[in-house]
Design a protein around this ligand. Sequence first.
Ligand code: 5GP
Ligand code: ZN
Length: 110
Amino acid sequence: MDCLFCKIIAGEIPCTKVYEDDGVFAFRDINPQAPVHVLLVPKKHMRNILECDGETAAALTKAIGEVAKLEGVKEDGFRIVSNCGKHGCQSVEHLHIHLLGGKQLSEKMD
Ligand code: 5GP
Ligand code: ZN
């Protein structure tokens, strides 16, 4: 399958890995929008949050906590975002959660 994030998970395209477990892979965004900007992706290909099953949602939730701890943003806080579809400006069609932090983020959400 011609999917950028599947290729990153498979090691075919280099990335800076932050965290990995059985179900989730996390790596630094190539174009960071904050001092901490990590992408968390399920290892199983799914297009977006609408295709996410309960087991994967639980794995992603656990991984968010692990990445927040590893990146040192647990105490001051962070934001998670998952863009979905055209209006959401999703540019890579493999479900991913952005984890942003390391500075005071804007109150604006759009
Ligand atoms: P989206 O716009 O779909 O929510 O987020 C896709 C994200 O993937 C963007 O923030 C973009 O910077 C990031 N990205 C695109 N190509 C690559 C890549 O080859 N490597 C990494 N690490 N991030 C990428
Ligand atoms: Zn994929």
